[in-house]
Ligand binder design. Structure first.
Ligand code: ADP
Ligand code: MG
Length: 692
């Protein structure tokens, strides 16, 4: 291809080598071996092709309904070919000749009881060899590519040329195998070369299926192999601090200051982690628990075990508000105990930062350090960091965890806490190297939150609900989406909403919090709400995670259509923390896209975080490559889909485990190709060895 097209291809799809192109798989194939007669067509058929000729053209309709119709016959019956873009009408009439034989191709529809094919592909019958096309590949292209005159068919031409080069007729095999023979035989996989060929140009639907299966398996398998290999290595090599006792801090707190009886689930997960921490291995655990399940208290108790063994410990939160809230909670719970707790965020500066905090951390006097990402900075040095807890950060991947480990010679125990339930298949990939504990029980006395859907167009219902709850002495959150703090229009929404509420409820006190405010101002506003001085808190998603005001019983989410499911569920979790009936009100405009509707419906139907996470994964997919990047194994997933290929993830994991069992030193000749390929993949990625 010429330089211009090459540039577009690289810019738009990241394709610059033969390898890239070979791995740019079609998103579908269409069977072009069969010609249909018009009388066989029905509106529920997928793509079809018909051989025939155009009888006449006709333009119909006015304005936006204007369309061009070609009456087309196969010699037996007649159907319509239809176009709706009036700018193209002239070109079509000039280029498609009446009476000439064409093969038209498209998806049949029905209008006025007549079969039609809207926007068909049309090829002259004498140049198109239907048999030779077979299953025709369709490739995704971008708008910019289309503007540059490149569509799926252009890519098809490139891959045709490529495939001829890569699979020459003299039989030379350029595509090496990556999986060991015994695995290929065990799973009855096609060879790698065959699979790459057939993914573009399969001889049959069955060949395509087998090619897809092999390639998906391969992608998932190497991720699992890499993760599991690394986990085993770590378990062998890395020793953890031994917390030999639960210690006096824990015991004193447990018998005197525990604010309520722990739930069974809280007790169980604490035991699981306590077992890790005294085992001599380094704990690397994920704690999943739905919003409100009481993870903070679990964290506190574990931290008391750490300091009881004379280690320091640190708790990292994703936002300043949350770090400050944890700090306040800890100070309050520990107020009668001789424990030094400090807060370190970007706001803590100057003398205070250097003196009591950085100094105190270095000398070991600070026993519990609570903070934001600021605690990861190199200037923060601990004397003996024994346990790190990361709150509400399921995005905290291997690489970031590795940064923490650098802070001491022996890596501290690490606990990642998340309220975002992660479906199993995703967890296996994101956290293949983590153990998982789950809090599957809510503190007693919680009533399930009722979720309702209101319309922006009818605000009275909303005002009524707010008024009713406030009259009962409850408090209300009103949240506006603010995707980027810099978006002026979003800021406007929030300001307008605030002004409106002030107008509707002149007798109430209303707080306002957003990320652009100065920290002190923000704190003061939050504090007014927490203390009950204000009844309504208008906010952006800064309150998304962790904030805890048990008296708040209504969560109003404005423009709910702009939030993802996980985020909606997180926000909803801010209420329902007291014993009162709580409500979540999702406000959207009347007209919604289908997928948005589904999201809202799911929210109204269930409170179960896991169900929501599964639905989210299905609706949205795991989000490009985000998933694998977080796991630290940024192998590209070209074709496998973590949402849909759950069973294959499991199979890949089982196979990887079997191979590691049989070849623990990774030196058996029958696996040589596979290990070499894994090293090749890892080269592009993190250097695992430097982590352990
Ligand atoms: P999350 O898991 O979302 O971080 P929190 O730790 O903020 O949840 O806890 C939510 C609320 O539940 C807090 O008000 C906390 O004090 C309360 N809580 C935690 N554990 C218990 C328990 N065992 N019994 C009663 N209330 C509890
Ligand atoms: Mg929390």
């Amino acid at each position: 291809m010429g330089p211009t097209r090459a540039e577009v291809l690289e810019k738009e799809l990241g394709i610059s080598t033969f390898h890239d192109l070979l791995f740019y798989f079609p998103y579908k194939h269409i069977d072009r071996t069969h010609l249909f007669y018009i009388h066989e067509l029905t509106a529920d058929m997928p793509f079809v092709q018909v051989l025939g000729e155009i009888l006449s053209f006709e333009e119909e309709g006015k304005g936006r309904k204007r369309r061009l119709i070609a009456h087309f016959t196969d010699g037996r019956s007649i159907m319509d070919l239809v176009w709706f873009q009036s700018s193209s009408f002239r070109w079509i009439k000039k280029n498609y000749l009446i009476g000439k034989k064409y093969i038209v191709f498209g998806r049949p529809g029905i209008f006025n009881q007549r079969i039609n094919i809207p926007h068909p592909d049309i090829d002259p019958a004498d140049t198109l060899q239907v048999d030779a096309i077979g299953l025709q590949p369709y490739y995704n292209t971008t708008d910019k590519m289309k503007k540059a005159g490149m569509n799926s068919h252009s890519i098809e031409r490139f891959t045709t040329t490529l495939i001829a080069k890569v699979f020459p007729s003299d039989g030379t095999n350029y595509i090496g195998e990556t999986l060991p023979d015994h695995l290929i035989q065990r799973l009855m996989l096609v060879s790698r070369g065959q699979s790459l060929h057939d993914l573009h140009y399969p001889g049959s639907a069955e060949a395509l299926r087998r090619a897809t299966y092999r390639q998906k398996f391969e992608e998932l398998f190497f991720i699992q192999l890499s993760l599991l290999r690394y986990t085993r290595l770590r378990q062998q090599k890395v020793h953890g601090y031994v917390f030999s006792t639960v210690g006096t801090y824990f015991n004193t707190f447990y018998s005197n200051y525990l604010p309520f009886q722990l739930t069974g689930a809280q007790q169980r997960v604490i035991r699981e982690m306590w077992n890790d921490m005294r085992s001599g291995r380094q704990m690397n655990r994920l704690l999943q628990g739905d919003v409100g399940s009481g993870k903070t208290l679990v964290a506190l108790l574990l931290m008391l075990i750490a300091i009881g063994n004379d280690y320091q410990t640190c708790l990292m939160a994703p936002t300043e508000i949350l770090a400050e809230q944890h700090y306040a909670t800890f100070r309050e719970l520990l107020k009668d105990m001789p424990v030094r707790v400090e807060l370190l965020t970007g706001n803590v500066k100057g003398k205070k930062r250097r003196g009591p905090i950085l100094e105190g951390t270095l000398t070991g006097e600070v026993q519990i350090l609570i903070g934001t990402h600021a605690v990861l900075e190199d200037t923060v040095e601990f004397r003996r960091l024994g346990l790190v807890i990361i709150d509400e950060q399921h995005r905290f991947g291997v690489a970031q965890r590795a940064r923490l480990w650098k802070k001491s010679e022996t890596p501290p125990h690490v606990l990642v806490m998340t309220a975002t339930p992660i479906p199993r298949t995703l967890a296996m990939t994101l956290y293949g190297d983590l153990d998982v504990s789950v809090i599957d029980e809510m503190p007693p006395g919680r009533k399930p939150i009722e979720t309702r859907h209101f319309w922006t167009e009818k605000p009275e219902a909303l005002y009524h609900s707010i008024r009713r709850e406030v009259q009962k002495g409850r408090q209300v959150y009103v949240v506006y989406p603010l995707i980027k703090e810099s978006e002026k229009a979003d800021m406007q929404d929030l300001e307008n909403g605030y002004a409106q509420l002030c107008g509707i409820f002149p007798d109430l006190h209303i707080s306002k919090v957003h990320g652009k405010m100065k920290a002190a101002e923000k704190d003061a506003e939050m504090e007014r709400f927490v203390s009950g001085e204000t009844q309504i808190l208008v906010a952006t998603t800064v309150i998304e995670v962790g904030v805890n005001v048990p008296n708040a019983s209504v969560m109003v989410i404005q423009n709910a259509e702009r939030f993802g499911l996980a985020q909606l569920h997180q926000l909803r979790g801010r209420v329902g923390r007291g014993a009162e009936q709580s409500y979540c009100i999702l406000v959207t405009k009347y007209e919604l896209a289908k997928e948005t509707r589904q999201r809202i419906d799911i929210m109204c139907e269930t409170n179960d975080g896991f169900e929501i996470a599964e639905a989210d994964l299905k609706l949205r997919g795991p989000g490009d490559l985000e998933g694998t990047q977080q796991s630290g194994v940024a192998f590209d997933l070209h074709i496998a889909n973590l949402a849909r290929d759950g069973q294959l993830v499991q199979l890949a994991r089982d196979m990887a485990n079997d191979i590691l069992d049989a070849d623990p030193d990774q030196n058996r000749p029958e696996n040589a190709l596979m290990w070499a390929h894994l090293r090749e993949l890892n080269k592009k990625q993190i250097d695992w060895s430097s982590i352990s």
